[in-house]
Design a binder for this molecule. Sequence first.
Ligand code: SF4
Ligand code: SF4
Length: 273
Amino acid sequence: MEPTFVLDRIDAGYFADQDKRKARAYIGASGIGSPCDAYLAYSLRGFPDTPPEPRLARIFQLGHRIETLVVADLKRKAQMTVWDRDPETGQQWTYELLGGHIKTHMDGQIALDDRDGAEVLILEVKSMNKASWNKFVKHGIQKSHPGYYEQLQMMMGMSGFRRAYFIAYCKNDSSYHDEIVEFDQLVWSEQCSRIERALNGDAEKVAASVDDWRCRSCFKRDACWASAGVEARCMTCAHACPTERGGWHCARFDQPAPGEACSAWRVYKAKER
Ligand code: SF4
Ligand code: SF4
């Protein structure tokens, strides 16, 4: 039986939502797992994302809903103390460097009781399909999902926490698995060097061609290889450099970048390999 027109309408709704989405303009912990320095530079400068297919967008949406469910299980079933919002702001926990050019958000903070007494750790929640979840159970997060491991390291590096509690929910059968991840100063130092390159305009593409396997799943691929959809603004301009206070400086006219592009705007491009 052929499906009805309704499914096309659902997908059309997702495509319409994508048009309204604005890319974030900072280097975030969720992106540090990318192997590409250019990806960090494009994120910093708010280059647009290649929109995900509706099916992928629904997977992300489901992931967010599952996160809420997992936090509720931790609080109500496991009776853990979880702060999923910063009590000072009422918003998601956020840590920033350089006036917001570098940012990390947390799913929460959790008090774990252990032999040393209650300790507060970063809480990070992920949902996984069965194959992915099996890998996590067998190998541990550092080996099974290096991107998530890098994300946790950056979160710890920026916030000062030295341990993180990672919990995964299997979407196929609702099983749980978890792990406590320790801070690794060497990983954080390497991340700082990568961030430095993105800030200084020294970021290089990880690949020599858009057909490279690492580019296929990269959300910046259209902006990266074809400057597609890039809005003319100071932060996307090759002459703009990030400042320590979260703003931009125009090297062309040696003045604070006004934000709106001028006639000397030239699109920023990461270094080719
Ligand atoms: S498309 Fe490839 S080279 Fe470009 S930012 Fe993404 S991973 Fe890096
Ligand atoms: S003022 Fe013009 S040249 Fe300077 S950063 Fe903005 S767009 Fe670029």
